[in-house]
Design a protein around this ligand. Structure first.
Ligand SMILES: Cc1cc2nc3c(=O)[nH]c(=O)nc-3n(C[C@H](O)[C@H](O)[C@H](O)COP(=O)(O)OP(=O)(O)OC[C@H]3O[C@@H](n4cnc5c(N)ncnc54)[C@H](O)[C@@H]3O)c2cc1C
Length: 475
């Protein structure tokens, strides 16, 4: 059978572009399809009026060996920038005030921020019995560390990383290293101390460093695009993947036009809700399971001020708002402190995150109302005066995936689907973890599996007609 291409990658976010880059570098005939007209998916940098706004991810966290190797291989090491020198602390709201806390987690817990009772409870963690089954983040943290650590560390953290609600999320999916330490050492504190004693880098939050690029996160997809010159087709929505006797037929929509594409192999690098639709012709059950992963709406609101109009020194990463504080914003990054070049001289940039699983309705407010909400928080917590000199609002109607209990079973079902349909591969942030680095790691793994399949086909060792026989869908 004649194929239009060896392999199609659906989705030109960081997952799809990384996969396609590896496949193209290995000499495969790859085509990338994306419904939008720009690369990067969630990665979206806007430069306007001297400000640089990240509407999606604002940074990567080092060490991230896979992502850093990719950045080096793409020749981007020179454009990489590290967290600003002025970032000396983090802020957390408690009793209506932004409290300064050390960046180092050990100093953080030793600080007077936590009540004596909360700290004593923390010290009792090694005596809590392990629980092998998956649990919600809320149950795991309250069981091991007590309520105060949940309310004032993990709740704001989950709000900051996933725009999520710890009561609905799986600890095994969000914090697999914590569950692993519990399993291996019977205690997280014991596990962290043992790793430190053994000089293992492992889980050591104190060594983590944020970094980005001088021209923002969009540098990465833009450079990947250059390496894929001529292979990316924008404005092309994939509506379904159907099996052929050999390979797959993709049903495409380009504006009003419908088309098809025949490929030997296909990588689905879509958000879960879009993957659900594309995969439905191959498995209605898996499609339905993926469609069940919530993506609550999230709004990103960037406000620029004259530096003189903010009383707060903005000498940190930003400020996080625990749910218990009942505020209208999940957190606010001090973007111009975090990285150089985010605001013109004499001005500062704040980036606020609104909505998520905690308050989805707020992420849908009209622009003026959402700006007013963030401005009120900036006035109250940071002493902002006057009006912002710059503003920008980006609505993510479907924000970040929320892996709930049973998420592992969904991932297993996907792996089973891949095994059932030779040449089909699935990658993306709902499988790997949402961080950009986790998406890159997963994509590199996906590319290796796809390469192995294509190489086996070339040498004739793979079952070319391996796709399951489904007469009603047969070409
Ligand atoms: C506001 C926000 C802040 C974040 N902050 C950070 C951070 O600071 N650090 C960090 O590491 N991570 C952060 N993340 C997470 C990270 O950005 C994402 O998890 C990651 O970029 C997802 O990449 P992806 O390629 O898997 O998916 P996406 O980026 O969603 O890409 C999927 C692509 O598929 C395309 N598509 C959808 N449907 C179809 C279809 N039917 N046919 C063809 N194409 C289709 C889309 O147009 C898109 O280009 C943040 C995310 C958001 C939203």
């Amino acid at each position: 059978m004649q194929h239009d291409h060896d392999i199609a990658v659906i989705g030109a976010g960081i997952s799809g572009l990384t996969t396609a880059h590896a496949l193209a570098a290995a000499g495969h005939d790859v085509v990338v399809l994306d419904r939008r007209n720009a690369p990067g998916g969630r990665i979206h940098t806007e430069r306007r009026d001297g400000f640089l706004v990240e509407h999606g991810p604002n940074s990567l966290v080092s060490p991230a060996p896979g992502a850093e190797a990719l950045i080096d291989a793409l020749g981007l090491a020179d454009t990489r920038i590290e967290r600003g020198e002025a970032v000396r602390r983090r802020y957390l709201v408690r009793d209506g005030r932004a409290h300064a806390l050390p960046l180092d987690p050990f100093g953080f817990f030793a600080s007077g921020f936590f009540s004596l009772r909360g700290r004593l409870r923390l010290l009792g963690e090694p005596f809590i019995r392990p629980e092998p089954a998956d649990e919600t983040v809320t149950r795991f943290i309250t069981r091991r560390f007590g309520r105060e650590l949940l309310d004032y560390v993990f709740d704001p953290l989950v709000g900051g990383l996933y725009a999520g609600d710890p009561q609905q999320l799986s600890v095994a999916a969000l914090f697999p290293h914590l569950k692993r330490l519990e399993r291996e050492y019977g205690s997280i504190l014991q596990g962290v101390l043992a790793a430190r004693r053994a000089g293992r880098s492992g889980f050591d939050p104190g060594k983590r460093r944020l970094f980005s690029f001088s021209r923002g996160m969009a540098t990465l997809p833009a450079r990947l695009m250059e390496t894929l010159a001529g292979r990316v087709r924008f404005g092309t929505r994939v509506e379904g993947i159907e099996p052929l006797s050999s390979g797959y037929r993709l049903k495409l929509r380009q504006g009003e036009h419908l088309a098809t594409l025949r490929v030997r192999s296909v990588v689905v690098a879509l958000p879960a809700y879009a993957a659900a639709r594309a995969l439905a012709p191959l498995s209605a059950d898996t499609g339905a399971a993926l469609g069940g992963i919530a993506h609550p709406p999230l709004a990103v609101v960037a406000l620029g001020f004259r530096a003189a109009d903010i009383a707060h020194p903005l000498d940190g990463l930003g400020v996080l708002m625990p749910k218990a504080e009942r505020r209208g914003v999940l957190g606010m990054l001090f973007s111009s402190t975090l990285f150089a070049g985010r605001a013109p001289g004499g001005q500062v940039l704040l980036t606020a995150y609104v909505g998520g699983a905690r308050q989805p309705e707020l992420a849908l407010l009209p622009r003026e109302e959402i700006e007013a909400l963030v401005l009120e928080e900036a006035r109250d917590l940071l002493g902002a005066r006057g009006m912002p000199v710059f503003s920008s609002v980006r609505y993510w109607r479907q924000g970040l995936p929320q892996p709930g209990l049973g998420h592992e079973r969904r991932v297993e079902a996907l792996r089973a689907l891949e095994a059932e349909w030779p040449g089909l591969f699935v990658t993306g942030n709902y499988i790997s973890g949402v961080s950009t680095a986790a998406c890159i790691d997963a994509a590199r793994g996906t590319a290796s599996r796809a390469q192995a399949f294509l190489a086996a086909q070339r040498s004739g060792t793979a079952s070319v007609d391996g796709a399951r026989q489904t007469s009603s869908l047969q070409a």
